[in-house]
Write a protein that binds this ligand. Structure first.
Ligand code: LCS
Length: 402
């Protein structure tokens, strides 16, 4: 498939990893909804288990629909190989546990998705692995936190939920000077808007539940990186923890990826309009969106990303009470966690996605109790803005009454 990599990303979203089914000519990939595969002979079964012959054995060890998805995402991220998982957390846990062991140390960018924080600070600790949060936007702080046993640097850029950016190139250069593997969670951008491997990262992970699926109907995860590391992930943690993706969910992601380019362009366009609307609203103190010229990280965003994406967050005047009123007053926006869906979703990180992070750690990461997160969907931007406008008017009325 080398020549497909010469084509533009929008074309590759549609064509990468795809060839007509050799038996029927079906263009859409078949869903190989099977748990196991027949061997032609005892010898063939033994040869497949021994690795002497390639071919499928059992769906936890590999399946053609999963393989088609892995080939496509490896192409889009510009990596050698990929492994698909049953959720973003399975992908993160699968990569982390394949690469570290008792006595090792992990650095991670803060803020980070709540369950990733919990995995690193609680579960990994119980297996003898220490983890330290750092501000990945400050490479000098990251370098100071490196220990002789640091093996992994894991961060999101932009981060969930404050959209803080990290300079992937700068962090990869410094981590590699210390033989540290760099893992970037690219969930909030998708490969259409950012490809961390091009900036020196070693491994990319995704909650494919978000923009890659794109329609809010599947939970899945992906990891992309060097073939040797991905083979290790597949033959250790994927195989033995068993957090695989189902063939049907792999197919849903293949379907979602076909429209990734047009969706990300529309998400970005809508989110920029919403961010500009919120920025001028008297009840909004601060908007976090890397596409605003007023963002302190605007230059880095332009250098590292091909667009600004669909996620933003904001602080309301009046803190948590104002947030409660806003979330009760929206009509078109749905109060729900997750992000990257066609539908606009609004949520309150301190009580929802990041409730598992201790209050002091949330405060240190800049997640205030008044922060509201908005995943801007694909509806008409005017309708999203009109809904926020009427909900903010309700906040204004409640404050005058209060
Ligand atoms: N990484 C990021 C950046 C995420 O936002 C999430 C989920 C995950 C990993 C985990 O992926 P999952 O296992 O859910 O597929 N983020 C969520 C959020 O912000 N709201 O609900 C889930």
């Amino acid at each position: 498939m080398e020549e497909i990599r010469q084509r533009s990303l929008a074309t590759r979203c549609i064509h990468a990893g795809q060839r007509p089914d050799p038996v029927t000519g079906s263009i859409a990939p078949p869903i190989y909804q099977t748990s196991t595969f027949a061997f032609a002979s005892l010898e063939q079964g033994a040869a497949r288990f021994a690795g002497a012959e390639t071919g499928y054995i059992y769906t936890r060890l590999g399946n053609p629909t999963q393989a088609a998805l892995e080939e496509k995402i490896a192409d889009l991220e510009g990596g050698e190989a990929a492994v698909a998982f049953g959720s973003g957390m399975a992908a993160i846990a699968g990569v982390v546990t394949a690469l570290v062991g008792a006595g090792d140390h992990i650095l991670f960018g803060s803020p980070i998705y709540g369950c990733t924080y919990d995995l690193l600070m609680d579960v990994m600790r119980r297996f003898g692995v220490e983890a330290t949060p750092v501000d990945a936007a400050r490479p000098e702080q990251v370098e100071r936190a490196i220990r002789p046993n640091t093996r992994l640097l894991l961060f999101e850029t932009p981060s969930n939920p404050t959209l803080r950016l990290a300079d992937i190139r700068a962090l990869a250069d410094l981590a590699h000077r210390h033989q540290i593997t760099v893992v970037v969670d690219n969930t909030i951008m998708s490969p259409y808007l950012q490809r961390p491997l091009e900036h020196g990262a070693d491994i990319v992970v995704h909650s494919a539940t978000k923009y890659i699926g794109g329609h809010g109907d599947v939970v899945a995860g992906l990891a992309v990186g060097p073939a040797e590391i991905m083979a290790r992930v597949r033959s250790t943690t994927l195989k033995n923890f068993g957090g695989i993706i189902s063939p049907f969910d792999a197919w849903l992601l293949l379907r979602g990826l076909k429209t990734l380019a047009v969706r990300m362009e529309r998400h970005s366009e809508n989110a920029l309009r919403v961010a500009r609307y919120l920025e001028q609203h008297p009840l909004v103190m601060r908007v976090y969106y890397p596409g605003l010229e007023s963002s302190p990280q605007y230059e880095l965003a332009r250098r590292q990303m091909d667009g600004f994406g669909g996620l933003l967050s904001f602080e309301l005047l009046g803190g948590i009470e104002a947030g409660r009123t806003l979330l009760s007053a929206v009509q078109l926006c749905t109060v729900a966690v997750s992000l990257g869906d066609t539908d606009t979703l609004i949520q309150h990180p301190a009580s929802m996605t990041h409730a598992v992070v201790p209050a002091e750690a949330r405060a240190a990461a800049g997640i205030s109790d008044g922060l509201v997160r908005l995943s801007v969907g694909l509806e008409a931007a005017d309708d999203i803005i009109a809904d926020l406008d009427q909900a903010l008017a309700a906040v204004g009325r409640s404050q005058r009454i209060g």
